[in-house]
Design a binder for this molecule. Structure first.
Ligand SMILES: O=C(O)CCC(=O)C(=O)O
Length: 276
């Protein structure tokens, strides 16, 4: 079987997309975002960080920021602060694919996290890891419980550390030892492409060995509706702010319930959102 990451081009074929994610563990959606969308997102993030320097410091010292080290800049809680973030999260092909692929294990899906990462020159190569580690007590399954997206806001190259993935390494326990690096391949991408992979697939950020090429990433995840999210969506976007958002995005943030999980006063959590 080929050891290059499957790649779909527009118009994306749904079956090809879903099969690649389910069966090989990863796929690249070429041109998932337009260059304009990438530029707008990056400009807004830059402006926000310039106006709120305390946020960059807070992120650097946070649990996730600490894990990344000081060669990676991060920003969380994008929805509600970065104007284009809702549109970035609601990339229709990606959200719809997540709904289909996660459907066997959940009727509803949630946004696990939405974050910005800048992996700067000097960024180290991460260990091969699984994003299911967040829920390591959940038994392994043929069907994924979560998906991760690494969208290239600037080109991902071998030298600037394009994400490594180990195709077909999915469906094992979250505590499984990593495979050998010789099995890993890099997902080189053009600005606007998005790598979508199962959270139970081994992957790692690569080393950025360039002098001046910052690898700019918009990353997000989707998960079954009965697991706790990594980013607390209803604290990041409290009801008054959620009121400004599209109902589907409200639900993805956590203003939703899976059977009786997530109820508010015994009813739908959208009841907490003020109406005009
Ligand atoms: O940098 C990347 O491309 C992947 C990052 C990653 O997997 C992580 O931060 O957990």
């Amino acid at each position: 079987m080929s050891n290059t990451v499957p790649r779909v081009t527009r118009p994306y074929d749904q079956a090809e997309l879903d099969d690649a994610v389910r069966d090989r563990g990863a796929v690249i959606l070429a041109g998932a975002y337009t260059p304009d969308q990438c530029d707008t997102f990056l400009t807004e993030v830059e402006k926000y960080l310039a106006e709120n320097p305390q946020e960059a410091q807070y992120a650097a010292k946070s649990v996730l920021g600490g894990f990344q080290g000081d060669t990676t800049g991060t920003l969380h809680g994008l929805i509600g602060t970065i104007p284009s973030a809702p549109e970035m999260v609601m990339q229709r092909d990606i959200v719809d694919c997540a709904r289909r692929v996660l459907k066997p294990l959940s009727d509803n899906i949630l946004l696990t996290i939405a974050e910005y990462m800048a992996r700067k020159p000097g960024a180290f190569r991460q260990e091969l890891h699984l994003d299911t580690f967040s829920w390591y007590r959940v038994p392994p399954s043929e069907n994924p419980i979560a998906l991760t997206v690494m969208a290239a806001m600037s080109d991902f190259t071998v030298d600037n550390g394009a994400t490594w993935v180990v195709l077909d390494s999915h469906s094992g326990p979250a505590t499984a030892p990593p495979p050998d690096w010789s099995e890993a391949v890099q997902a080189e991408m053009k600005k606007g492409d998005a790598l979508l992979f199962r959270a139970d697939l081994f992957h790692a950020g690569g080393a950025n060995t360039t002098e001046d090429d910052v690898r700019q990433i918009f990353s997000m995840g989707f998960q079954v509706g009965w697991l706790r999210q990594v980013e607390n969506g209803t604290l990041s976007v409290p009801p008054e702010k959620a009121a400004e958002l599209d109902p589907e995005l409200q639900e993805l943030l956590g203003y939703s319930h899976e059977l009786v999980l997530g109820l508010y006063k015994g009813g739908h959590p959208r009841n907490a959102i003020p109406t005009a």
